[in-house]
Design a protein around this ligand. Sequence first.
Ligand code: BGC
Length: 416
Amino acid sequence: MKKTTLALALAAWVSLPALAQQPAQQVEVLHWWTSGGEAAALKVLKSNLEKDGIGWKDSPIAGGGGEQAMTALRARVSAGIPPTAVQMLGFDIQDWAKDGRLANLNDLAAKEGWDAVVPAPLQRFSKHAGQWVAVPVNIHSTNWVWANKEVLAKAGVTAEPKTWDEFIAAAESVQKAGFIALAHGGQPWQEATIFDGVVLATGGVDFYRKAFIELDPAALASPTMEKVFHRMSQLRKLVDKDFSGRDWNVASGMVISGKAGFQIMGDWAKGEFLNAKKVPGKDFACFRLPGTQGMVSFNSDQFAMFLVKGADKVAAQQKLAAAIMDKGFQSAFNVVKGSVPARTDVSDKDFDDCGKKGIKDLAEAARKNTLVGSIAHGHAVPASLKNAFYDVITRHFNGQIDDKKAVAAMVAAARQ
Ligand code: BGC
């Protein structure tokens, strides 16, 4: 008897540490959500998974728009060690799927009825050749302006600008009152983000589609395109001298702290305002870039699921996918992130006024066919073309080419 007890105790002593070390199911997630607001949103997902007993290995790669994250991903895949899931935008998902690197989530999608609840413009990217390969976490849009209400009041800007000219006049008043008019970070993706809205404001949805989705040479070379660049030049005069290289969230911080009046940025900027405990409608205002009300240039962060080996890893990946698609999560996450749920059956009741407006605008744009993929964030054209456009937009913004030369460079870029 004694012997047996001893043997059992010994066995427990030997195996307990081994048990303790046994890795729980874990997911490794590569993403570029490193700002305060982004990290707060990501925490919602991490803690939901942890409650489900799934460990989280965080692989953050800083850099808005995700260019650096995509470079890091290529290195991981070439080394044969892809992460479980990767934050990804539009056409990039399709490229990885074409390359045969992504998992097939069809069984889970069928079980959970994703086909019926994920909007078609997102499914166009979540699926490849009929297979679900990625799971959408949100819908962002880029044609937004964020404004500090106190700065505007001090500058005598009492009404929300409704037209392009009113917007420029309001920004000039802010500048004259001694503030920075437009908080901006001089990085190509940020300039391209502004460009999305300026194209819509100047040419409308039909022009946007003709020029940047169909790549129609006549539209790209048109006087409307020259006007787009003229407007980008107007904005260039409204930024401070230190704009070069500044991160987008630092620019948001300038509006939050009252150094600047406006920022033109996707609705992830709202995450920064909320993280700083600012209240929409009281401390800050959100409105569509004047001239674009009724239109939405969207992008959706999806988690592309890489092919992983081993039953445990596959099981953890499936749990991650299901956790992302959970209705409660889609609400809780997007309330913090600034975006809109990627399911059509999530109530707007927990969202603030900017969020409610985002949800309403999106539904309206989908109904009226005025919803377009963001050029800047990988939902209009594939990455190589997107980067060629970035290059022209940035060279122009930095004064290296004038409006006319920028038009010619755009036409040439689209030809490649
Ligand atoms: C992503 C957002 C992110 C932003 C800045 C965009 O491409 O869609 O989720 O917050 O980049 O990092």
